[in-house]
Design a protein around this ligand. Structure first.
Ligand code: PMP
Length: 355
């Protein structure tokens, strides 16, 4: 068949999530293992009973709740069905054919894919040798055609972070009319000491071109409901509102997010256990000879290069699903000691090259 489908999509890969199977330990998608709290289940059940009605397209209750918690105004928030759609919508409001979107590489796979879908050109700036964003090179990559920059922090899949002073300097170098999206999907797992840590909400006051992206999928444990949000200048939020697909955030997701914010302290306290596991897993992997950068997220990166696919295949055979990136490395979610031990047993006994 020859149909009038855009030919520039021909060589675009389809996103393939890690395959899983019954009984597998699933460490491929950076999910948490705990299900929603009882109060969140109650909110979900109540919202489900009204599923004959369309959801609140203005997402009023959730927006008000987020504004209060974050100390921003409601016109500085846009909710979307997952922060992935907000990445895509930021590209849509800024970039089309001939425009450039700059981001570090390797990073979140949506950036190049969604840029290509919009017909724009991805500009991938290699990470530094220690697998962090090369912010100077990223600033230097900005041209007249640049419309948007993604800084994924902590970076998926390496778990590495940029430091406050470097981020500040970067923002002063970027032209003030270029939007910088700071993708903080894993923000709640960061434990940086004071001089290195930055406060994105504060930075945004100084740099109105900064957009913060966060999600309920990770620390808040609502990956299956698809809900995330952007915090930005009202001018950017208004534009995001224009490309928002009406009613795309379900009433169940909105209710669950409100209830999760209400239980925020309890949910965020759970991240401490993951942070402790992250230190344990990193140490054990390093002791076993793997190169593992310091991670500030709920996953670790094994810098396995050419062995990545072999390692991941053997790991799946051992019942643990991890996420390989061909020729580059393997990302492994950190969850609880039982699941992490299942992975460590495999990793410590693997007799292939450790990079
Ligand atoms: N940004 C990054 C860096 C991610 O890793 C993810 C999820 N893998 C997302 C955004 C999207 O998360 P969600 O759509 O579930 O909110």
């Amino acid at each position: 068949m020859s149909l009038r489908i855009r030919p520039d999509l021909d060589d675009l890969p389809v996103y393939v999530p890690g395959k899983t199977f019954p009984g597998a330990v699933k460490l491929a998608s950076n999910e948490v293992t705990d299900g929603p709290l009882p109060s969140v289940i109650d909110a979900i059940t109540a919202a489900a009973a009204g599923a004959n009605r369309y959801p609140d397209n203005g997402m009023v209750e959730l927006t008000a709740s987020l504004a209060k918690r974050l100390g921003v105004t409601e016109d500085e928030i846009q909710v979307g069905c997952g922060s992935v759609i907000l990445c895509q919508n930021l590209i849509l409001i800024t970039s089309g054919r001939g425009d450039e979107v700059v981001f570090g590489w390797r990073s979140f796979e949506t950036y190049p894919l969604a840029t290509r879908v919009a017909g724009a050109t991805p500009v991938q700036v290699p990470l530094t040798g220690d697998l962090t964003h090369d912010l100077r090179a990223m600033a230097a990559a900005v041209t007249d055609r640049t419309r948007l920059i993604f800084v994924c922090n902590p970076n998926n899949p390496t778990g590495t972070v940029v430091e406050a002073a470097d981020l500040h300097e970067f923002l002063t170098r970027v032209p003030s009319d270029v939007i910088v999206a700071l993708d903080e999907a894993y923000f709640e797992y960061q434990r940086l000491p004071a001089p290195q840590a930055y406060d994105a909400l504060q930075l945004r006051r100084e740099f109105p071109n900064l957009v913060i992206l966060r999600t309920f999928s990770k620390a808040y444990g609502l990956a299956g409901l698809r809900i995330g949000y952007a915090v930005a200048d009202p001018e950017i939020i208004t534009a995001l509102g224009k490309v928002h697909v009406p009613f795309s955030v379900s009433s169940v997701a909105q209710a669950a997010a409100v209830a999760s914010l209400d239980a925020g302290d309890e949910l965020l306290a759970r991240t401490d256990a993951v942070v402790a596991e992250r230190a344990r897993v990193t140490e054990r992997l390093r002791a076993a000879g793997y190169r593992v950068p310091d991670s500030q997220a709920n996953f670790v990166w094994l810098d396995l290069g050419a062995s990545s696919m072999d390692f991941a295949r053997a790991c799946v055979d051992a019942g643990v699903v991890v996420r390989p990136f061909a020729g580059d490395g393997v990302r492994v979610t950190v969850t609880n000691s039982d699941e992490d031990d299942a992975f460590l047993r495999f990793a410590e006994s693997w007799d292939g090259s450790r990079g």
